[in-house]
Design a binder for this molecule. Structure first.
Ligand SMILES: NCc1[nH]cc(CCC(=O)O)c1CC(=O)O
Length: 328
């Protein structure tokens, strides 16, 4: 009998749902049983704003457990992973990405356009705060954090004090609460966080057996999209509270004379000042094989337009000075 593989996971409803899903997929693909091992991270223990807690607050304890050999692999929300590579670890699979868009949960079934001036909208992510202000709707943005249920309760719970909250659609989907969504936001208005809706399945870089098994879960188009989005994020590296958005879509482009369909990748990126007054948004297309180059090139164009002055002085210092973590 083969021993079960140990999957380290946070204990939140979202993390358990994500890990459970990956565990099932792996068992289905390999026949190997998988056991969930709960790991408590600094992000779970603290109620301080994520921006203040800094980089990788939800991932470092999982990574420590991996490195120590206490678990065999871990599943992260990809958007929570810092862009810097983790020494000795390897993202062995990017499963098919879920819906990357943000969603609105509002009182009285309202959509974004139906919110009156002065409506109070909750979100803790600078990327969302900036884009809400950029709409020019005179919305009041309330900083909130906590797990998904806590945030939804600020709108729909007995002590509700907000008109709406903005959340990732993927998170609501995964915990079975998509029914509370009143509008799925157009990515052109609310561009998602880099890698939103995607998972990263990580193991030790020298664990060849596990790497081979996890490779069965990898979805190449999802990986290409995430590669482009994260290359943009890494190139813009500016600090852990940066209001940076990126969204890549793979599409079938032109048909060659031989009848082959050319695969295209379309990447849109944005850097927006938290008050919404400075708003840089650009797009670029290319082939999926060049995903990383497209992300880097789009970031370079944003920097040329002054993204560095929105992101702060340290954007100029280049990679390695400070890592971008999730502010979502
Ligand atoms: N740290 C917050 C976080 N990290 C991952 C998700 C779920 C969506 C995803 O997997 O991208 C969320 C919730 C949210 O942004 O509303």
């Amino acid at each position: 009998m083969t021993a079960p593989l140990r999957l380290g996971t946070r204990g939140s409803a979202l993390a358990m749902a994500q890990s459970g899903h990956v565990a099932e997929a792996l068992t289905a693909a390999t026949g190997r049983p998988v056991e969930l091992v709960e790991v408590v991270t600094a992000g779970d223990k603290s109620t301080a704003p994520v921006q203040r807690l800094g980089v990788g607050v939800f991932v470092s304890a999982l990574r420590d457990a991996l490195t120590a050999g206490e678990i065999d692999f871990a599943v992260h929300s990809y958007k929570d992973l810092p862009t810097a590579a983790a020494p000795g670890l390897h993202v062995a699979a990017v499963p098919p990405r879920q819906d990357p868009r943000d969603a609105l949960v509002a009182t009285n079934g309202r959509t974004l356009a139906e919110l009156p001036p002065g409506a109070r909208v909750g979100t803790g992510a600078l990327r969302r705060i900036a884009q809400l202000h950029a709409l020019g709707m005179q919305l009041e943005v309330a900083p909130i954090r906590g797990n998904i249920d806590t945030r939804v309760a600020r709108v729909l719970g007995p002590d509700a004090d907000l008109d709406a909250v903005v959340l990732a659609r993927a998170g609501l989907n995964r915990i079975g609460r998509a029914d509370v969504i009143t509008e799925t936001l157009d990515p052109m208005l609310m561009l998602p966080a880099p890698a939103q809706g995607a998972l990263a399945v990580e193991c030790r870089a020298d664990d060849q057996d596990v790497i081979e098994m996890l490779a069965l879960l990898d979805h190449e188009p999802s990986r290409a999209a995430i590669t482009a989005e994260r290359a943009l994020l890494a190139t813009l590296e500016a600090g852990c509270s940066a209001p940076v958005a990126a969204y890549a879509v793979l599409a079938e482009g032109e048909i060659t004379e031989e009848g082959d369909v050319i695969q295209e990748i379309y990447l849109r990126g944005a850097v927006i000042s938290p008050d919404g007054t400075r708003d840089l948004r650009l797009s670029r297309t290319g082939t999926p094989a060049d995903a990383a180059e497209i992300g880097k090139a789009l970031a370079a164009e944003l920097l040329e337009l002054g993204a560095d002055s929105i992101l702060g002085q340290d954007a100029q210092a280049g990679p390695g000075t400070q890592q971008l973590g999730s502010t979502e």
